[in-house]
Design a protein around this ligand. Structure first.
Ligand code: HEC
Ligand code: HEC
Length: 449
């Protein structure tokens, strides 16, 4: 087994010496997270599809999919199931088959499960994702767990529903790379099993829209809300540690996380479903010229396919929500992340730039990277090291109990990595010993255009 995943794409592209150098620089959490004895690996370093299916069966025993998932109010659930895609066992079974089917990619090596791997918290735990021909995109793959409960899909909200979202990666040139919908349909429509399954599920022949619907129906079974924190909220004070309880108080108080990450029994995901610029890797951006460039390109070709390409494979990715609304106030804004199960989906943020939850806390403690579009809710927090540990302990209590083993593995890997290096920490700004925003914003505006 050993170290593999983060190395392979590099090794393919570089001379041996450079690859060895890269190996030496391989970030520690990536190396530790890569060591997973007993998990057989297939294309692109994802767990083998058959193995993922076995693991999935353990996580999701047979259940009546027409009922609301455990822990959700049926009335709330109904609002998240589209009228043209009511849940049925046949639809879910079809979607499950499609989710793991690499035939839906141009070179037959990539499926949804390549980047949203059952054994890795339904993401790939990579900085940015790798698609056909070992191409890297610009964005970090979020988990598909609980996406059924989101109001819009994608980190910039460019897709209105899961049903629509599921068709997009199939057509994206750096993900699954099918030239068009017809090619995707053709790849599977010769298979008699699919012909029958589509007929039974939707009463029609194999077609692209129903393919998206079926995958979305399967994703709607991936509701994982049963965390120790939930049991704490339901009245068991000992369901989480004293540190995690202190972290929850900070979350709602001094650290002000709650202003964007709403979290309550009625809103368990921990997102406000809104978009904010929180200064992730903003230091490297010339937002103004990127925005001008994006407007020109989107004027020339306003199609959703073009938008998807610009978002995933160009530096314009960093513009985030602006690419969808063209409102300058949305420059660098991304949807507030889901916090449930967050501990098992490193690295963090839309660009995967923060390796551990300790790095995330260092980022917030200094109020993010200053930039002209920074959300007003971001400012230095002056959290102590003990308080940072408590907030991290709180976030580790948000993982569904079925995923507890991976949570434990991540706790060890991330804690060890953070003990070695905290690259995003800046105590002077965090404690306001340096004038934070005022000084830094002057630098930002002085920067040559
Ligand atoms: C090559 C890797 C890759 C493949 C293959 C892939 N995805 Fe993704 N997925 C991503 C990345 C990266 C994002 C974030 C893109 C963005 O938000 O702009 C994403 C976003 C998503 C989201 C949105 C989650 C959210 O929080 O809004 C869902 C749902 C999703 N993918 C499901 C799927 C499905 C279903 C398939 C198969 C049809 C699939 N993905 C194939 C990498 C991949
Ligand atoms: C001003 C709104 C805002 C505040 C305040 C805020 N967040 Fe966030 N949070 C976001 C947004 C937006 C993202 C996604 C940013 C991105 O991807 O670039 C995010 C992402 C994250 C992530 C990464 C999740 C992932 O899967 O990549 C974590 C963890 C997180 N926040 C925790 C916290 C904690 C803890 C606090 C309090 C210290 C906090 N947030 C305060 C808006 C906010």
């Amino acid at each position: 087994m050993g170290i593999r995943r983060p190395l392979r794409p590099l090794a393919g592209r570089m001379a041996l010496g450079a690859a060895l150098l890269a190996a030496a620089c391989l970030s520690a959490p990536a190396a530790e997270a890569a060591a997973r004895p007993g998990i057989p690996l297939g294309d692109h370093g994802a767990a083998k599809m058959e193995f993922q299916l076995q693991e999935l069966a353990k996580l999701l025993p047979e259940a009546d999919v027409t009922h609301a998932p455990a822990g959700l109010d049926p009335v709330i659930w109904e609002a998240f199931v589209p009228k043209d895609n009511e849940m049925s066992a046949r639809r879910v079974a079809l979607g499950r088959k499609l989710y793991f089917d690499t035939r839906l990619s141009k070179d037959g090596t990539v499926a949804c499960a390549t980047c949203h791997d059952v054994t890795r918290g339904f993401t790939d735990q990579l900085k940015v994702s790798e698609g056909i021909g070992n191409q890297l995109g610009q964005r970090n793959a979020p988990t598909v767990l609980n996406t059924a409960l989101l109001q819009v899909a994608f980190l910039d909200g460019r897709s209105p529903t899961l049903d629509h979202q599921a068709t997009q990666p199939i057509l994206n040139p750096v993900e699954m790379g099918m030239p068009d919908a017809a090619a995707a349909v053709k790849a599977i429509s010769g298979d008699p099993e699919y012909q029958q399954a589509f007929k039974e599920a939707y009463g029609r022949d194999v077609n692209f829209e129903d393919l998206g619907r079926a995958i979305a129906a399967f994703e709607r079974t991936l509701v994982f809300l049963d965390s120790p924190f939930r049991r704490f909220l339901e009245g068991d004070p000992n369901a989480i540690s004293a540190d995690a309880r202190a972290g929850w108080d900070l979350f709602n108080g001094k650290a002000r996380c709650v202003t964007c990450h709403h979290m309550s029994p009625g809103n368990p995901l921990g997102t406000d479903n809104r978009f904010h610029n929180i200064g992730v890797s903003a230091r490297h951006q010339d937002f103004e010229s990127l925005a001008t460039q994006a407007l020109k390109l989107l004027k020339a070709d306003p199609s959703e396919k073009r938008l998807d390409e610009l978002a995933l494979s160009t530096p314009m990715s960093e513009l985030g929500r602006f690419m969808v609304t063209k409102n300058r106030a949305d420059i660098g804004a991304f949807r507030t992340s889901i916090l449930l199960n967050v501990a098992i989906t490193p690295p963090y943020m839309h660009d995967g730039s923060l390796p551990t939850l300790w790095d995330v806390m260092d980022h917030y403690n200094k109020g993010g990277e200053a930039n002209l579009f920074l959300d007003g809710g971001m400012e230095p927090l002056a959290l102590t090291e003990a308080e940072i540990d408590q907030l991290v302990a709180f976030m580790f209590s948000l993982t569904d109990s079925r995923l507890a083993a991976e949570n434990e593995r991540q706790l060890i890997a991330q804690r060890n990595a953070a003990a070695r290096v905290r690259a995003f920490r800046d105590d002077k700004i965090a404690r306001r010993k340096k004038l934070a925003f005022e000084d830094r914003i002057k630098d930002a505006t002085r920067r040559p255009k």
